[in-house]
Design a protein. Sequence first.
Length: 114
Amino acid sequence: MAAVNPIEIDAQILRRAAQGLIGVAEDTDGMLQRFLAEIQGMGEPWGDDDLGSAIGVIYQGVLAMVMNCFTSNLDTVDGYVERLGIAADGYDETDSEAAQKLMQIHSSSPDMAI
């Protein structure tokens, strides 16, 4: 029979990973907002004739698609952060319950030398 390696999970590491992801998401959102401000600052340089109007419609569609992609990815990262926190809380709760049960067993067993 092969030896089983124990799995050690540290809830604090999960929480630090969540905080790191929050930082990345905030940095990305900030860069995205600066990018949008720069793009919007350029106005509509394609003009308002027929060709310019067509270019503007295509541009707006592509920009909306790109922004939707970034927003969706940031929402996914937020979901990961939330689930990491839930997992860390679950591990802490399980550890506390196990410690309490071990204390109950220890306090209820007779003190006998084996």
